[in-house]
Design a protein around this ligand. Structure first.
Ligand SMILES: Cc1cc2nc3c(=O)[nH]c(=O)nc-3n(C[C@H](O)[C@H](O)[C@H](O)COP(=O)(O)O)c2cc1C
Length: 274
């Protein structure tokens, strides 16, 4: 049975674990009490680990998570607001890559960081397909073009509204606008019945994108690619997405060929202040 374990020698009875528990399943009825689980703890716990990692005394553990297993936050690594602003606003979608592959352990690290993203009910529903071989990325991109040619043939109006005619024309001229010639492609997929698959996978891919920038990689969302995955069964199968899943995002990854010198201007926030 899952529960919380409190080391009464260490616990300073500050109630922080109870206050921070998102499911309100840690009780501390008075300042003299020690934290204890509610009767529905096991059913309701999100397994977010907040209670363990917020305790300043390291007094709390869960059956599946000890305080010592959690990586400490090093204050010396905190970023300044100026660093954060430049880093976040300086990230760019990269569309020209060096002809160099990324080591597998670096791709693994990207995924590890991506998996720290927030997810509804802490479901962490994402699964990953990493296309490691540049030639395979090219083969899959060609399948997206096949899908686009089908739409152009059968439904020209939709093809025009989706901008497919120009993309296919570029392809025919030798310019690859699907995966942009990137050496690798990462696809996030999740159970199609999970109601927050799109949000959860998008957030994970967004962290991946940002972390990629921090380690000198470049990334770009493959919007055409994952739309095609879900709409074109031959591509869905070629990629190996499970039949009860849906692709919720794809991102190209590689070493950027060029470096940006400045941050482009974006729209001002459209806000209604109430
Ligand atoms: C959902 C989504 C789908 C996208 N699809 C593509 C795509 O298929 N090909 C591409 O080159 N860029 C794609 N992009 C990148 C956008 O064009 C890019 O984010 C935008 O132009 C702003 O540039 P920045 O990311 O450098 O700020 C996509 C971005 C998002 C968020």
């Amino acid at each position: 049975m899952s529960s919380i374990n409190v080391d009464q020698e260490k616990c300073n009875q500050d109630g922080i674990c109870a206050a921070e528990c998102p499911a309100r399943i840690i009780r501390m009825d008075s300042k003299e009490d020690y934290p204890s689980p509610t009767s529905d703890f096991e059913d309701v716990c999100l397994k977010c680990g907040h209670c363990v990692t917020v305790c300043p005394a390291g007094a709390l553990s869960l059956d599946w998570l000890a305080a010592e297993d959690c990586k400490p936050i090093n204050p010396e690594l905190a970023v300044t607001p100026e660093q954060a602003e430049q880093f976040l606003c300086g990230r760019r979608s990269i569309r020209t890559f060096k002809e160099k592959t990324v080591p597998q352990n670096t791709l693994e690290k990207l995924l590890e960081v991506a998996c720290s993203a927030p997810s509804a009910k802490n479901q962490q529903p994402w699964h990953w397909i990493v296309v490691q071989e540049p030639a395979e990325v090219g083969r899959l991109a060609a399948m997206v073009i096949d899908w686009m040619r089908g739409i152009i043939r059968d439904d020209r109006e939709t093809a025009e509204s989706m901008g497919l005619i120009r993309v296919v024309a570029s392809w025919d001229e030798g310019y690859e606008r699907i995966c942009r010639g990137a050496p690798h492609l990462i696809v996030a997929h999740a159970d199609k019945e999970w109601g927050f698959g799109a949000e959860d996978c998008t957030l994970a891919l967004s962290l991946l994108d940002l972390y990629a920038t921090s380690i000198g990689l470049g990334a770009c969302w493959g919007g055409y690619f994952y739309r095609a995955v879900n709409a074109y069964p031959p591509l869905f199968e070629a990629l190996g997405v499970p039949s009860d899943h849906r692709a919720f995002g794809a991102i190209m990854v590689g070493y950027p060929k060029y470096k940006y010198k400045a941050i482009p201007v974006r729209n001002r926030p459209r806000v209604t202040w109430k």
